[in-house]
Write a protein that binds this ligand. Sequence first.
Ligand code: SIN
Length: 514
Amino acid sequence: MFFARKLSTRTAWSILCRNMSTTNVKNRLKHHNLFRETAIINGKDYSIPETFAVYDPATKALLGECPDLGVEAVDEAIAGASTAFTSFRRTSPVERAALLRRWHEIVMDSIDDLATLITFENGKPFAEAKGEIAYSASFLDWFSGEATRAYGDVLSPSVAHNRAITIKQPIGVCGIITPWNFPAAMITRKIAAAIAAGCTVVVKPDSETPYTALAMAKLAEMIGMPPGVINVITTKTHLAEVGKKLCSDERVKKVSFTGSTNIGKLLMEQSSSTLKKLSFELGGNAPFIVFPDANIEEAVAAAINCKFRGSGQTCVCANRIFVHEDIYDEFSTLLTEKVSKFSVGNGFLSETTYGPLIHDRALAKVEGHVNDAVAKGGKIAVGGVRATEVGENFYMPTVITNATQDMRIATEETFGPVAALFKFSTEAEVIGWANSVDVGLASYVLTTDINRAFRVAEQLDFGMVGVNTGLISDCAVPFGGVKFSGFGREGSKYGMDEYMTVKAITFGGIGARY
Ligand code: SIN
């Protein structure tokens, strides 16, 4: 068995890695100073005696410690960001573009070190981690271009001789709360837009993956980002108070959050007293619809890209794969054959294609969905078990056939490497199923019929639709959802607007002689 052979060669590696420590992390980096175990407030390293531990999800080895900060530290960070804003808002768009361009260059020059940090703290394979750094850097490059394009309008109001213009201005200090699944890209997708607009930020990276964010901030400091523009708060046990502080402090004018719908609802409530501008990228439950006219090989390849990226731990991963009854057997056989060849293991091994899940709660959810599906008549075509021989956090990439609408996987996001295949007969039926969930982030349509592509894409209640592709994330394309997937758009020509306000200046006609 391919899997069995792969697994046994990895046991020794897992045991070796369990003895890893901070020194090992540093030793793997070309530039040791990119491994930082302090927060950053107002351009200075910031630590307190209370710390929390960060572990490698692949080996459970201790990677290091970070300050477990509370509201006092957030207060200082907001004060630093507020002071920095008074001068940063007056920098020219060209200066801010140059800062972002230099940050982009140094991030790409440090790609190996940054990817190493991602593989250590998130577990994704090194090659995929490098891909994330390139994706992350693309937002710095993109928004360096957008910085100089915050255009306003010239308007003719209804009163004769009056004229009006609009200008866009930075909103102020922004609270940025990011997840563990893209430790670099979710930082830059938000911060680059904020900086292009002239805002300053207080960032709270996830406690599972603080080191990539801290290294990114160090690189920003190295290219001359003014102190106080980027503040990074690390916390674990005070997470709830820190989130509340960012949402309820009047000096913070905007909060951008990527995470779960439940936390999004809580943050929105906490932001109401200060009427904060918000953008939320919350959960998804993406349908991936394969029509009978699709090219099956290409559809399987797209499904793999879409479903198993980050071991299924992205908000845009396919969660429900709907395959037309005429091609269901062919599609499921080919998908199963490909998935059974995946190589699961430690992300630093060159042959590894898929890494661990982030923690035991993630494993429990995946296991819960698989068990529920099996109890309701689902058939496991491949996988369906933990890969304990590789490590405690590994789950075998799984394909389940005979999936039905009564299964948990049909209504809840799995956030793991489980491809559930649902059979459908008609276009109307599959659109109804696709739209039946309360979230609406990404969706996918595989068809060679251009009329069907438009017809279905327009009827899907989702913020994003991929047609004949499983990968839609790109700095040039607006990223965001509808319904309980949140609101606001990141990246693209719309991304900077989330960090700006529109001011209208009206010139009266008094004394006008024309
Ligand atoms: C996410 O999972 O939140 C982001 C995915 C992406 O940017 O592709």
